[in-house]
Design a binder for this molecule. Structure first.
Ligand code: FAD
Ligand code: DHB
Length: 390
């Protein structure tokens, strides 16, 4: 097969780019290691920036998001016996976020790809990237006993943190920056009414908790847990009891519990790989960077990569202009690092760090005291949470 762009990974990054390029007549294929059912069973992000929502509309995938997604003008932070509100609308100068699950968004992208007859190949094995430094790169994959080859102009590595694309960049070129946190988030999805119409981020001496939602009948809750914990060792009852213990009493009293539909643990990690381009390979999304989920930046950072890459490829194919492709890595990384900073800051402010000095605990408390006493600090939080401009 010969295409202009070969995209590795059928997560939100790969599918969105595929759809946007297809609409502009740029021929592409998506190679995904898992089945569609597997990809759609993942429960991940829930908060989208408006820049992402606009890109979904441009990809002709925004209809259900606009119908079913919720606009949130603010969220709450419970700490030290009080509950403070971050008024995103006021402090960001009129912006907000869209609450719409990654699972639904991915479903919309798959349906849009089907409708246009997009090429998405599932269950591919042994994907390998070749001749990335030449003008004629190609990708091979195994389908049963058969090795297939895709010739292309460009390869997009949108295959997540554990993908193969990043590893195709030589070790003496690739720089990796990483911080692994000594805890994870245990997440539960339940078909229950959310405890609060707005998200509640809770800092508590037992550990962090987050009350989020997917709709008015579907709740998503998280609690900070030690890295060694296993999701299967947490019964639903134990989860609800621990969540309640970390929430303000008046919130805990209102919490509607029910059977978990999904329960999983995500370790918390900060990670950036530089550069995001090597020869004809361009990395996007989790393949190049990971944030701890506290600031809801992960998926949104993937979207800004796709925005830059889409426009760079358009400039190349429509105008013969290489500036976008040449500048992609630097431009994407500048925004990625700001998302890293914000996610690290939110995580540090709200979690319990085992082994912290009493001095560090005091600083953590002071960070929140300062935040809610300063309009400028709240403005900084709000502009980052709603998303910095692309
Ligand atoms: P992915 O979604 O990882 O997609 C990559 C795709 O590539 C996958 O479908 C994978 O199967 C495929 N693939 C991998 N290797 C290969 C290969 N060799 N060949 C072909 N295909 C391959 N962000 C938030 O903002 N809020 C959250 O609450 C949140 N929760 C998260 C929870 C978990 C457990 C994880 C892992 C991430 C979470 N994130 C969250 C981050 C967010 O989900 C990611 O930023 C987002 O999924 C990135 O999309 P992506 O398409 O770049 O990568
Ligand atoms: C969700 C996850 C987050 O990390 C976050 O900051 C907000 C919401 C969620 O899954 O709903």
């Amino acid at each position: 097969m010969k295409v202009q762009v070969c995209i590795i990974g059928g997560g939100p990054s790969g599918l969105l780019l595929s759809q946007l390029l297809h609409l502009k007549g740029i021929d592409n294929v998506v190679l995904e290691r898992q089945s569609r059912q597997y990809v759609l069973a993942r429960i991940r992000a829930g908060v989208l920036e408006h820049g992402f929502a606009a890109l979904m509309r441009e990809a002709q995938c925004g209809e259900r998001m606009d119908r079913e997604g919720e606009i949130h003008d603010g969220f709450l932070i419970a700490h030290d016996g009080v509950m403070d509100r971050v008024d995103l609308h006021t402090y960001s100068g009129g912006s907000s976020v869209v609450v719409y699950g990654q699972t639904e968004l991915t479903r919309d992208l798959y349906e849009a790809r089907d409708k246009l007859g997009g090429k998405v190949i599932h269950n591919v094995e042994d994907v390998a990237l070749h001749d990335l430094k030449s003008d004629a790169p190609y990708v091979t994959y195994r389908d049963g006993d058969q090795i297939n080859r895709i010739d292309c102009d460009y390869v997009i590595g949108a295959d997540g943190f554990h993908g193969v694309s990043r590893k195709a960049i030589p070790k003496d070129v690739l720089r990796e920056y990483e911080r692994v946190y000594p805890f994870g988030w245990l997440g539960v999805l339940s078909r229950t009414k959310p405890v609060s119409p707005e998200l509640i981020y809770a800092k508590h001496e037992r550990g962090f908790a987050l009350c989020s939602l997917r709709s008015q009948v579907l709740s998503r809750y998280y609690i900070q847990v030690p890295l060694e914990d296993k999701a299967e060792d947490w019964s639903d009852e134990a989860f609800w009891a621990e969540l309640k213990a970390r929430l303000p009493e008046e919130v805990a009293a209102k919490l509607v519990t029910g059977p978990s539909i999904e329960k999983s643990i995500a370790p918390l990690r900060s990670f950036v790989a530089e550069p995001m381009r090597w020869g004809r390979l361009f990395l996007a999304g989790d393949a190049a960077h990971i944030v701890p989920p506290t600031g809801a930046r992960g998926l949104n950072s993937a979207a800004s990569d796709i925005y830059y890459l889409y426009h760079a490829l358009l400039d190349h194919y429509q105008n013969g202009d290489e500036a976008g492709l040449d500048g992609y890595s630097a431009k994407a990384l500048a925004r990625v690092w700001k998302a890293q900073r914000f996610s690290w800051w939110m995580t540090t402010m709200l979690h319990r760090f085992p082994g912290n000095l009493p001095y560090e605990d005091k600083l953590q408390q002071t960070e929140l005291d300062y935040l809610f006493s300063s309009d400028k600090a709240l403005s900084s939080l709000a502009e980052n949470y709603v998303g910095l401009p692309f």
